[in-house]
Design a protein around this ligand. Structure first.
Ligand code: AMP
Length: 328
């Protein structure tokens, strides 16, 4: 079993610094016939991440987490260099979790060189090597604003799944398109670990007291901006209420009508924000099919739909989503 490096803060579990370390850890779990749950993260852990870990502890014999800020999913203009890195605090949080007498059994902390031995360019046109792109799906929804994001995610998750070989893996509904794209990837590429798309478990979004979805990027918000941050959730909730009401009474609802309720809720905030010196810019609010990820013009009774959006508050981009006729 790998040991903790001397420069590392201590944790109540082994810190695995290399691919061979994880292979040895995994071999032992195979030999002991223990089911392995895996929670990949970029660190700066909050209650949302910890809920994924709790679900893994509940459902698996052993839980392994990873912390890796993946350069391939940041566009050259995005916040790779300033993304919060709080390793000591993360180790403390992971060490404190315990469910049914089970604790985290390992943390994979790869370096960029471990996962991208030749290095990694953020400019896709300069990249060389093997990349995974769930074509079409990666360009819908968030992909329209972040065209190379899901390629970076699918690539790093493929590497992590091949290294860790999880029996179950836990992702957050907060990044619903990521979950749906990765499930599609597991199916298309016949992954053996995890053994099916449904072995990628989707955990409901954990929210703050005012319903703001927890996110590592919330740390970027100034106190004035933080006050406005629940606006996206409130706009999505208004649209969801309108859509569900129309479905119940009319049997169908157009995207235009459903989203009008979200726009009305947004405008309440955008009129007061300039007075508080807060700059709000809506990127999108959309209604999409959870299987094809294509936009839905009209929702019919019983039809599943994903209601999602993105908004920029100051320099911070926030995303959120709510589900219609979908149980995760
Ligand atoms: P990240 O560190 O942002 O890459 O997130 C790692 C995992 O945590 C992903 O599966 C996210 O969807 C999940 N996650 C992030 N925020 C939340 C949240 N508020 N509730 C539930 N899961 C979350």
């Amino acid at each position: 079993m790998a040991s903790t490096s001397s420069s590392m803060p201590t944790a109540g579990f082994p810190i695995l610094r290399s691919v061979p370390d994880v292979r040895a850890w995994r071999k032992d779990a195979f030999e002991q016939k223990q089911a392995v749950g895996f929670v990949p993260t970029m660190g700066a852990l909050h209650e949302g991440h910890l809920e994924l870990v709790r679900q893994s502890l509940k459902n698996c014999d052993r839980t392994i987490c990873s912390i890796f800020v993946n350069p391939a999913q940041f566009a050259p203009t995005e916040d790779l260099s300033t993304y919060p890195r709080t390793l000591e605090d993360d180790l403390h949080k992971l060490s404190s979790l315990q469910i049914d007498g089970k604790r985290v059994s390992g943390l994979f902390l790869p370096s960029v060189k471990d996962l991208y031995p030749d290095g990694i360019e953020q400019d896709v046109s300069k990249q060389r090597g093997t990349f995974v792109d769930v074509v079409g799906f990666s360009q819908e929804m968030e992909g329209a604003s972040r065209p190379t994001f899901f390629r970076g995610v699918a690539t790093v998750v493929t590497k992590l799944f091949n290294i860790v070989q999880p029996d179950l893996t836990f992702f957050g509904q907060k990044d619903i398109q990521q979950c749906l794209i990765l499930r599609r990837m597991l199916s298309d590429l016949h992954f053996a670990h995890p053994p099916s798309p449904l072995h990628l478990r989707i955990v409901p979004t954990v929210r703050d007291h005012d319903n703001l979805a927890l996110s590592s990027r919330n740390a970027y918000l100034s106190p004035a901006e933080r006050k406005y941050a629940p606006l996206l959730y409130n706009a999505l909730s208004a649209a969801k209420a309108k859509i569900e009401d129309e479905l119940q009474h009319q049997g169908s609802v157009s995207q235009v009508d459903g989203l009008a309720a979200a726009m009305a809720a947004m405008s309440e905030y955008t009129t007061t924000a300039p007075a508080d010196n807060v700059h709000i810019q809506l990127d999108y609010i959309k209604l999409n099919d959870p299987t094809t990820l294509k936009e839905i013009d009209e929702v019919k009774q019983g039809q599943a739909a994903v209601l999602s959006g993105a908004v920029k508050i100051g320099k911070t981009r926030l995303i959120d989503n709510l589900l219609i006729n979908i149980e995760m």
